[in-house]
Design a protein around this ligand. Structure first.
Ligand code: CAA
Length: 383
């Protein structure tokens, strides 16, 4: 067993940390306030290939398709500064670009993956609907066969990157039997007639990341834009989420690390009763718990990533990592804010934003309750 990162992974951490501190940190508060991603950061991240992290160079990516630990480190380092950006690039790469690379035909990779990996088109994964969230099989959007095309009708909600996405993986019901086997995943570009963006959500946290409703009104998609097999969409969707959860775990890990650092910094500056508050045991215990949670999250996240790179099953490990890291992030944000006292409620300190951002991790790409169901089903040998 070797817990040492490779020289390449260490370098990737260093470069991403420098980038996030130099470019993202100065605009994070303003982006949160106006609920928009900063265009200069967007341009820079595209130039630096952060939108193609886990895609081979031959398809326009950064070539880390076989180094999921490096992908996790990148997401962690971005998440340490701003969860909104970690979500934007993390979702784009993990549940849009990577599935096209892994399950797509060569034609689909040439046509759809290359622009996504280069960041020329932003990606999204559209599963959730008004009545289908935790119940992934409850999708009601219909895909009706018409010659060599499919006609998509329905709407999706809570789609990360929704309003800015130009290439989307869309899960729709392709048969009438009411079975989960009737779901199919389609690749759809936003310039397809009949597609439109609905309401942009005004969120508690991760406000700079775009979350929108998307409407499909007789959107025609040819046969060759089916990802995987007709009727294979339920299992494919869950497989896509298995990989995505490693990346969400990394985003939450970064947020927890950011909270820990902010708490330590503040505890070493703030004086009460004539001493730095870091001298108080009550503060020290909070720091100790946060540091232990961060390290547990890191080990689980990197292990899930490692299993993926070894070609071993990683669904269970990814769910465990996502569960632990998202709850660690929420707890770390809570304690970091508590350590800041009244100042923690003020926008002048990043913990106010971290506290709001943390909650999303326990909800999207499968709530904590769903992660526990997945873990239990593995433990009880149902899967
Ligand atoms: N990979 C492949 N197959 C899987 C699987 C996986 N991860 N999980 C289950 N399956 C298979 C099972 O083996 C079973 O196969 P058979 O029918 O051949 O036996 C089949 O799928 C059905 O399994 P279950 O009976 O366990 O299915 P279920 O309906 O009870 O649901 C669930 C299981 C774990 C609850 C699943 O629905 C789930 O993960 N739900 C959460 C979905 C989710 O994360 N939603 C939000 C995502 S989108 C988002 O967050 C926004 C964004 O922008 C990214």
């Amino acid at each position: 067993m070797d817990f040492e990162l490779t020289e390449k992974q260490k370098m990737i951490r260093k470069l991403t940390r420098e980038f996030a501190e130099e470019y993202i940190a100065p605009v994070a508060e303003e982006s949160d306030r106006i609920q928009e991603l900063d265009p200069t950061v967007m341009k820079k991240m595209k130039e630096l290939n952060y939108f193609g992290t886990c895609i081979p160079e031959e398809y326009g990516g950064a070539g880390l398709h076989d180094d999921t630990i490096a992908f996790a480190i990148i997401t962690e380092e971005i998440g340490r500064i701003d969860a909104s950006w970690a979500i934007t690039t993390g979702v784009h790469c993990s549940v849009c670009a990577y599935p096209i690379y892994k399950y797509g035909t060569e034609e689909q990779k040439q046509k759809f993956l290359i622009p996504v990996a280069k960041g020329e088109k932003i990606g999204a994964f559209l599963l959730t609907e008004a009545n289908a969230g935790s119940d992934a099989g409850g999708v009601q959007m219909t895909a009706e066969k018409d010659g060599d095309e499919w006609i998509l009708n329905g709407s999706k909600i809570f789609a990360t990157n929704g309003g800015i996405a130009e290439t989307m993986l869309v899960v729709a019901k392709s048969g009438e039997k009411g079975s989960r086997k009737e779901l199919t995943v389609f690749i759809v570009n936003s310039d397809t007639p009949g597609y439109s963006v609905g309401v942009k959500e005004d969120k508690l946290g991760c406000r700079a990341s775009n979350t929108s409703e998307l409407v499909f009104d007789n959107v025609r998609v040819p046969d060759d834009q089916i990802l995987g097999n007709i009727g294979g969409g339920f299992k494919l969707g869950l497989q896509i989420l298995d990989y995505g959860r490693i990346v969400i775990a990394a985003q939450c890990l970064g947020l927890a690390q950011g909270c820990l650092e902010e708490a330590i910094k503040y505890a070493n500056e703030r004086e009460q009763f004539g001493v730095k508050i870091a001298k108080f045991q009550g503060i020290q215990w909070k720091i100790a718990d946060m540091a232990t949670d961060v390290e547990s999250s890191r080990l689980l996240t990197y292990r899930a990533a490692w299993l993926c790179d070894q070609g071993q099953p990683y669904g269970l490990a990814g769910s465990m990592a996502k569960l632990v890291a998202s709850e660690a992030a929420m707890n770390a944000a809570h304690q970091a804010l508590q350590i800041h006292g009244g100042y923690g409620l003020m926008k002048a300190y990043p913990v106010e934003r971290y506290f709001r951002d943390a909650k999303l991790g326990e909800i999207y790409e499968g709530t904590s309750e769903i992660q526990r169901l997945v873990i239990a089903s593995h433990m009880l040998r149902k899967r």
